[in-house]
Write a protein of this length. Structure first.
Length: 431
């Protein structure tokens, strides 16, 4: 008799069930019993993945239904996240008259619809003989010089999260806004945590958006349910341990003592909606009275709030739910565009070739490496079970889960909630 195991996502055979259990154990995971959104008892694989961000590393805890755990990773692109679909993305004119927020969203859409090659990279984990010029300084001036009759034809972007949001898009579209972001965590440029500091010191959004980049300032959007495409969304992790670092210009900045990631920054890329499955981890207790008169402290499930789901556009090495970044050349998809989101690979880098193409080794493709660009290091964690990295990296779009109380998030549906301060920023006219 063939044993069939059923869950909310369908069924699996006993053979794949055994294989998934073995894969979980091989990934240093543990198998636990939990309940799904319908209250049914299920088995999950609980394991951890590492992620590298602007200024350090962060450990993500994943709780994956065992039926969805295969090839050493969790496939959680199912359920509410694929049932909800917004209008398909279409190209627009990034420089036509509109609000600054809409300009930023249109620019991000233009990037995703014309993206060709991308990877997550920054200079803090670079090999000693490698240049950091390429990743931190993409030609953002191209964004300034584009017009409706002279648009950018394609994008090849290798940068980190704040490099995409701040250094590239904001500096290219609204330089005055970029210059208003503090640099409290880096000697050279704003990082994700700087966006959080900025929101905490900004006035609440009062209803009028900026329409000119030259006279735009920042405001704080007070709740995730009010987020709009083009808003900047950022989070700063709790429990960080900072020490002072002296910069060459004499400034003192905050550096995480244990080299942990301070956070992440993204663009909101669609309207938020409420999850029907995932709640926050803000656990409180209530007292119940048993039939024998004794009292008992139990978790108050009614006090936990359902999280909000919002599509974000970012550069990352830890992909989101329903993400555009997929493994393999040309397998990443956004709208009508297909592109290559590079993994770390055995080499740990990508080469820009003299003919404009990208390969691990240009010489194997009858060309040579561009002499003006060093190997482009792909900054992504690897281990013995994932020698080429966990996920495809670089620029893309996917769905993030945010607590209703704005004090935590899930990178993707299967992840545990991470405690953090989550903020939203929107351009407004300066006073």
């Amino acid at each position: 008799m063939l044993l069939m195991l059923y869950g909310c996502g369908g069924s699996i055979t006993s053979t794949s069930y055994r294989e998934n259990r073995i894969a979980c154990t091989n990934s240093q995971g543990i198998i636990e019993t939990s309940t799904d959104a319908n209250g049914n008892e299920i088995e999950i694989c609980k394991y951890q993945e590492a992620a590298i961000s602007d200024d350090g590393t962060h450990t993500l805890t994943i709780e994956c239904p065992l039926k969805d755990f295969f090839n050493g990773q969790c496939n959680d692109d199912y359920g509410e996240d694929v049932n909800y679909t917004s209008d398909p993305p279409v190209g627009t004119c990034p420089t036509c008259p509109k609000t600054v927020r809409e300009m930023l969203d249109d620019q991000m859409t233009d990037i995703l619809l014309k993206l060709d090659n991308t990877g997550y990279t920054h200079n803090s984990h670079r090999a000693p003989n490698e240049s950091s010029t390429f990743d931190l300084h993409p030609d953002y001036t191209a964004l300034k010089n584009q017009t409706e009759t002279n648009p950018i034809s394609k994008y090849d972007l290798f940068l980190d999260c704040s490099g995409l949001v701040g250094y590239y898009v904001l500096q290219g579209i609204a330089e005055s806004l970029f210059e208003k972001i503090p640099k409290n965590y880096s000697c050279t440029r704003p990082l994700a945590a700087d966006f959080v500091d900025l929101a905490e010191s900004s006035a609440a959004f009062a209803g009028t958006e900026a329409t000119s980049t030259a006279t735009a300032c920042w405001s704080r959007v007070e709740h995730i349910k009010y987020a709009k495409p083009g808003d900047v969304i950022a989070y700063r992790h709790d429990g960080l341990n900072f020490e002072n670092k002296l910069c060459p210009d004499g400034r003192t900045v905050n550096q995480e003592k244990d080299l942990k990631s301070t956070g992440h920054v993204m663009f909101v890329h669609d309207w938020p909606y409420r999850s029907t499955e995932k709640k926050d981890d803000n656990i409180t207790y209530k007292t119940i009275t048993l039939p024998n008169g004794q009292t008992l402290q139990v978790v108050d499930q009614d006090n936990r709030q359902y999280q909000w789901i919002v599509q974000v556009a970012d550069s990352t090495n830890a992909t989101h739910t329903a993400d555009s970044r997929k493994k393999g050349a040309g397998n990443s998809v956004y709208g009508s565009n297909t592109y290559h989101a590079w993994m770390a690979g055995a080499e740990g880098y990508v080469q820009l070739c003299a003919d404009g193409s990208y390969h691990r080794d240009c010489s194997a493709h009858s060309t040579s490496r561009d002499p003006n660009v060093s190997n482009i290091m792909i900054d992504a964690p690897t281990d013995s079970n994932h020698p080429y990295g966990y996920h495809p990296t670089g620029v893309g779009a996917g769905k993030l889960y945010v607590n209703d109380s704005m004090d935590g998030y899930r990178v993707r549906k299967s992840h545990s909630t991470t405690k953090a301060t989550v903020v939203l920023l929107r351009p407004v006219p300066c006073d």
